[in-house]
Design a protein around this ligand. Structure first.
Ligand SMILES: [Zn+2]
Ligand SMILES: [Zn+2]
Length: 913
C-alpha cells in the first residue's frame, strides 16, 4: 500500500482517526491547505499548512521561557515524569541489538527487536520517555550549513504500549504533548498546528499528527494501530504510540537564535568563535542564517542559489557574503561532527574503513580538513571535551569515557596527517591525468589507500560523489558476511525440536536416543542429543553413534543434525547409543570460557572500545578478534595475558542462567551482545562473576580455575580496527610451551650454548658476524686499488676509441667484493667496462660498471638487462651501474660463456654505431 492510498484511507474518516478529545475541548478546527491540500487542525483559521510558512520564531520566539539544550530536556523530563512516565536512560548510539542497523536512527529503535522478519516491541517501562541520541549520515552535505541538519541529534521519545498496563492512546498522547508545548515550553495555543500524516513500517502502519509552531516541526506522534496491507489488515493487539521530537528544536523555538546550532551546542559555539578569532557581524549573520533556515526547503534545497539571493537582499557581493559566513559554517560543522564522534566513541565504536566505522571516519576527516582549510589550530579532542563539560549533566556517562574519546581522536588525527601527503599526491595525479574516475576506481582508492571521495571532491579531483558509491561499498561488505552462512539441509519439515542434553547436564557424554530421520544416507536427526553443534564460533563435538563416526554436527533452526561417516544402516524409529569424545569437548569448553576471560582482559588493558568482533574455539587452539585501533606491542600482549591468568587463579564461578531479553539488557547493558544479536526472547547469560557477562550459547567450565592457563601465541592486526589474538589454553597451552622449549633447546645446541644463555650466545654470534663483515669491508677498501690495476691490465682492448672490456665468472666471488672492485676499476680507468657474474645458491647475480668515457657509448643498465634476460631473469640500473640476476642454477651455468660473449658483441655494436 502506498502513502497516497493510506492518506486517502485515514483522511476519509477524520473523526475516527485524527480527531482527539483535545480538538473538541479546545475548539481546534480541521482545515485544508489551499496550496498542497493537506489537512490540519488549528484554533485560528489559516489558509496554508505550516509547510509554506517561514520560521517566524527566529529573532522573536513565541514564548517567554528561554531554554538552552540541557534545560529544554530538564523541562521535558520533569513534565513527563510528573505525568506518570518512567524516564529511561538513552540507549547506545551503536545499535548492538539489531544486526540490520549500525546506528540508532530513531528513539523507537531502542525498543524494537527483530524476530524472523517481524519487528516486535519491548518496552522496559510503560509509558516511558527517553532522550535518545540518534545518528544519521544520509545528509552530511547540509550539516552545519542549513541551520538545522545534524549527523547526531537527540530525539525525545514518548513511547507507550496502549494495550499494556499504564498504557494510553491518542487522546491522552496529544493532551500530554499539547500540555508540554503550552505549560512546559510556554507557547500560546493559537501558535500550534497539528498536521495529519501517515506512517508505514515493516508489516505495520498507522496515522500520525505532526505538531508545528511558527513553521517549525517540533514533533510527530505516530499511532501504530494496524498490521498487514491495504487489502488485508487488522488492529494490532499491542498498539504502539511512538512520539518523536527533536530536542534541538524544543530549545530553538524558545531561544529564537538564527540557527538551531547556536542554542543546541550550549557554550561550545561561543568558545569556538573565541578560539578561532572569528569576526562577528551579528546583524548580517542573523539575517543570512534566518533566511537559510526558513527558506532552504522552498528553494528546493539549492543552497548556492539561495546564497546569491540573500547577498542581493543584503546589498553585498556573493564573495563578501561567502567570506563572512564560511567561518560560521565551519564552526557549526565541527561542533556537530565532534559531538557525533563523542557519543559513538563513548559507546564503543571506532572510526575505520569498514561497516559503521566508515561513516565515523568520514566525518572525522571532514572536520579535520575543514580545520586545515581554515588554518585553525584546534584539536578535535578539546572540542569533544567542551561538549562533555556541557552535556555531562544530562549524559553523565560521557564523563566516564572522556579519556578514551581523547585517545581515539588523537590517534585518528595523527593518521590523517600521516596519510595526507600521499592522498594529495594521488589526488593531483588524478587531476592531471584527466581520466574519468569510475565508481570502481573510487572504491579501490578507498579500500587500499583510505582516500574518501569527499576528500577528492574537496580538492577538486572529482566533481561529485557518484550516488552508487556508498551502496556498492556497502554491498562489498555484506557479501563478506553472507559467505559464512551454511548451506541448508532439506527434509527437516515437521520434525520436533531436538532435546538438547548438553544444556540440561553438560557432563553427559553417553546417551540413548531415538532416530527420527535419516537424510541422504549421512544426516541423522535424533529426538535428543548430547552432541554440541557448531555455533557461536564453537566447533562441534566429535564421537560415535552406534559405532559410526560423527564427522560434523550442525543446528538448523531448533533441530540438531548429525553428519555421520555412513548412516546407511540407521533405521528411523530405532534406538541408538551415542558417545561424545570427552577430551575434545573438555578442551573446546576450556578454550571457550578462556575467550570470555581474555575479551574482558583486553578491554580492561586497552580501552572501552574493545569488543569481540568474532571468535573461534577449537580443541587445540582458539582465536579472538577484538576491535582495537592499532597493532599491539609486546608489553600490551603480556599485560592482557597476565590479567587473564590472574582471573584463572582467582577461580571465579561461571554462572549460567536464562533471562528475559529486556531484563538481561537492563541488568547487564548491551555489553552482553559480544557475540552479536540474540534473536530470542530468552537469553542465556554466561556470567563469570565479577569479571565478564555475555549472552552465549556455548559450553563453559564451572570455575575459571579449570582453564588452568592461557597463553597468547600471536597478536596480529588483521584489518583496519581489528586485532586477532591467537591463543591456547589448558593442556593445549602446556603442549605449546613444551614445543617452544624444545625449539629453544635446539637453537641453543646449534649455537654451542645452553638454554639459559641462548640470548647472550645468539647476540654474541650476531656481534661476531657484524665484526667480521666490518673487517672484510676494511680489507676490501685496502686491496681494491691494486686489484683494480690488475683488472685494467687484464682487460680486453676493443678496437675502437680505446674502450676496454673485462668480464668475470667465478663460483667463489661475492657481491660485495665485485661491487667494490668494479667501482674502483672504472674510477681509475674511465674507458673500462666491468662485468661480473656471481653464482648464488638461488641463481645468478649480475653486476655491471661502465666508466665515464665508455658511458658515452653504452649504459650499464642496458648491458645488465641483456645479460639477465638471456639468463631468464631481469635487470636494470643507470648509466654507471647496472645489476640484475636470474633464479635457478644448473641450466644457467651452461650458458655463461655464451652470454658474456653476446654482451661483448652488444658493446662492440654500440661503439661502432
Ligand atoms: Zn500545504
Ligand atoms: Zn561464549
Amino acid at each position: 500500500m502506498g502513502k497516497k492510498e493510506l492518506t486517502n484511507l485515514f483522511s476519509s474518516d477524520p473523526n475516527r482517526y485524527y480527531k482527539v478529545s483535545l480538538f473538541d475541548r479546545m475548539g481546534f478546527k480541521r482545515q485544508r491547505c489551499s496550496s498542497c491540500g493537506k489537512f490540519f487542525w488549528t484554533l485560528v483559521e489559516r489558509m496554508l499548512c505550516p509547510d509554506h510558512e517561514n520560521y517566524s520564531f527566529i529573532g522573536k520566539p513565541p514564548t517567554n521561557k528561554r531554554l538552552d539544550y540541557v534545560n529544554a530536556w530538564k523541562e521535558t523530563e520533569e513534565y513527563f515524569q510528573f505525568n506518570g512516565h518512567s524516564i529511561t536512560r538513552r540507549y547506545p548510539v551503536v545499535c548492538r541489538w539489531r544486526d540490520d542497523l549500525y546506528f540508532t536512527i530513531a528513539s523507537i529503535v531502542d525498543f524494537q527487536r527483530v524476530m524472523g522478519n517481524k519487528v516486535v516491541f519491548e518496552l522496559p517501562a510503560n509509558p516511558l520517555l527517553v532522550p535518545q541520541m540518534c545518528l544519521r549520515f544520509n545528509d552530511i552535505e547540509n550539516v552545519g550549513l542549513s541551520g538545522r541538519h545534524y549527523t547526531g541529534f537527540c530525539m525525545v521519545g514518548q513511547i507507550c504500549n496502549a494495550d499494556a498496563p499504564g498504557g494510553y492512546w491518542k487522546d491522552r498522547c496529544i493532551d500530554l504533548d499539547y500540555g508540554l508545548l503550552t505549560n512546559g515550553l510556554g507557547i500560546k495555543p493559537e501558535e500550534i498546528t497539528f498536521v495529519e500524516d501517515v506512517w508505514m513500517g515493516a508489516g505495520a502502519f498507522g496515522y500520525s499528527l505532526e505538531y508545528f509552531v511558527c513553521g517549525l516541526e517540533l514533533g510527530n506522534a505516530v499511532f501504530t494501530e494496524f498490521e498487514g496491507n491495504e487489502n488485508n489488515y487488522h488492529a494490532m493487539t499491542n498498539k504502539i504510540i511512538d512520539m518523536g521530537a527533536g530536542l534541538e528544536r524544543f530549545s530553538w523555538i524558545t531561544m529564537g537564535t538564527p540557527t538551531s546550532y547556536d542554542c543546541s551546542f550550549g557554550p561550545v559555539i561561543g568558545k569556538l568563535i573565541d578560539a578561532t578569532g572569528t569576526f562577528e557581524n551579528s546583524d548580517i549573520l542573523s539575517k543570512y542564517f534566518e533566511a537559510v533556515s526558513s527558506k532552504l526547503d522552498a528553494m528546493g534545497g539549492d543552497l548556492r542559489a539561495l546564497k546569491s539571493l540573500i547577498a542581493k537582499e543584503l546589498k553585498i557581493s556573493d564573495e563578501q557574503l561567502k567570506k563572512m559566513i564560511a567561518p560560521y559554517e565551519a564552526i557549526y560543522t565541527i561542533a556537530d561532527h565532534t559531538r557525533t564522534l563523542l557519543f559513538s566513541i563513548s559507546d564503543g565504536a571506532l572510526p575505520s574503513n569498514v561497516g559503521g566505522g566508515y561513516n565515523l571516519r568520514i566525518i572525522l576527516r571532514r572536520a579535520l580538513s575543514i580545520l586545515e582549510r581554515m588554518g585553525w589550530i584546534i584539536k578535535l579532542e578539546d572540542v569533544a571535551d567542551m561538549h562533555t563539560d556541557y552535556l555531562k549533566q544530562m549524559y553523565p556517562e560521557l564523563d566516564e569515557h572522556r579519556e578514551d574519546v581523547r585517545t581515539i581522536l588523537q590517534i585518528e588525527s595523527g593518521r590523517y596527517i600521516g596519510s595526507r601527503e600521499r592522498m594529495s599526491a594521488i589526488a593531483t595525479s588524478i587531476k592531471s591525468s584527466k581520466k574519468k574516475v569510475t565508481v570502481d576506481d573510487l572504491i579501490r582508492m578507498y579500500e587500499s589507500d583510505g582516500i574518501t571521495p569527499d576528500f577528492l571532491m574537496e580538492v577538486g579531483s572529482i566533481e561529485n560523489i557518484p550516488s552508487t558509491f556508498y551502496t556498492k561499498l556497502a554491498e562489498l561488505h555484506t557479501t563478506q558476511t553472507a559467505t559464512q552462512v551454511q548451506k541448508p539441509i532439506y527434509g527437516l519439515d515437521g520434525l520436533l525440536p531436538t532435546r538438547l542434553l548438553y544444556y540440561e547436564d553438560k557432563s553427559i557424554r553417553e546417551f540413548t536416543s531415538k532416530v527420527l530421520k535419516v537424510i541422504e544416507n549421512k544426516y541423522v536427526i535424533l529426538d535428543q542429543t548430547a552432541f554440541y553443534p557448531r555455533g557461536g564460533g564453537q566447533e562441534p563435538d566429535s564421537g560415535e553413534i552406534d559405532g559410526i563416526k560423527v564427522v560434523d554436527v550442525i543446528k538448523q533452526t531448533d533441530i540438531v543434525v548429525h553428519k555421520l561417516q555412513d548412516a546407511r544402516d540407521f533405521v528411523e524409529g530405532n534406538t541408538v547409543y551415542g558417545i561424545v569424545n570427552d577430551r575434545r569437548r573438555d578442551l573446546i569448553t576450556k578454550h571457550h570460557t578462556a575467550t570470555h576471560v581474555l575479551n574482558t582482559s583486553a578491554r580492561i588493558n586497552l580501552g572501552s572500545w574493545v569488543w569481540q568482533n568474532s571468535a573461534f574455539k577449537e580443541e587445540n587452539y582458539a582465536r579472538l578478534d577484538i576491535t582495537h585501533h592499532s597493532s599491539l606491542n609486546r608489553e600490551e600482549v603480556e599485560r592482557i595475558e597476565k590479567t587473564a591468568n590472574n582471573v584463572i587463579r582467582q577461580d571465579l564461578p561461571v554462572i549460567i542462567r536464562l533471562f528475559g531479553r529486556g531484563d538481561a539488557e537492563q541488568k547487564y547493558t548491551f555489553r552482553i551482545y559480544q557475540g552479536g544479536v540474540v534473536p530470542t526472547n530468552n537469553i542465556r547469560i554466561v556470567n563469570i562473576e565479577g569479571w565478564d557477562v555475555e549472552a552465549c550459547g556455548g559450553t563453559h567450565v564451572n570455575k575459571t580455575g579449570e582453564i588452568g592457563f592461557i597463553k597468547i601465541t600471536k597478536a596480529e592486526r588483521i584489518q583496519d580496527g581489528i586485532v586477532r589474538l591467537d591463543f591456547v589454553a589448558a593442556e593445549a597451552a602446556i603442549s605449546y610451551i613444551q614445543k617452544q622449549e624444545n625449539q629453544l633447546t635446539a637453537i641453543a645446541q646449534s649455537l654451542g650454548s645452553s638454554k639459559e644463555k641462548v640470548v647472550e650466545s645468539s647476540q654474541k654470534s650476531i656481534d661476531d658476524a657484524e665484526a667480521a663483515r666490518r673487517k672484510i669491508k676494511t680489507i676490501l677498501r685496502k686491496i681494491a686499488p691494486s686489484m683494480a690495476k690488475s683488472i685494467i691490465a687484464e682487460a680486453k682492448q676493443l678496437s675502437f676509441n680505446g674502450i676496454k672490456f673485462y668480464s668475470v665468472y667465478d663460483e667463489e666471488l661475492d657481491d660485495e667484493y665485485c661491487i667494490a672492485i668494479g667501482e674502483k676499476s672504472v674510477e681509475i680507468d674511465p674507458s673500462l667496462i666491468y662485468i661480473a657474474l656471481i653464482s648464488k645458491s638461488q641463481g645468478m647475480r649480475v653486476v655491471v660498471f661502465v666508466g665515464e668515457k665508455a658511458r658515452l657509448k653504452i649504459k650499464a643498465s642496458i648491458i645488465a638487462k641483456q645479460i639477465s634476460t638471456q639468463l631468464g631473469g631481469s635487470g636494470g640500473g643507470d648509466d654507471r651501474f647496472g645489476q640484475g640476476g636470474a633464479g635457478g642454477n644448473g641450466m644457467i651455468k651452461d650458458r655463461i660463456k655464451e652470454v658474456l660473449l653476446s654482451a661483448e658483441e652488444l658493446v662492440m655494436k654500440n661503439i661502432a654505431g
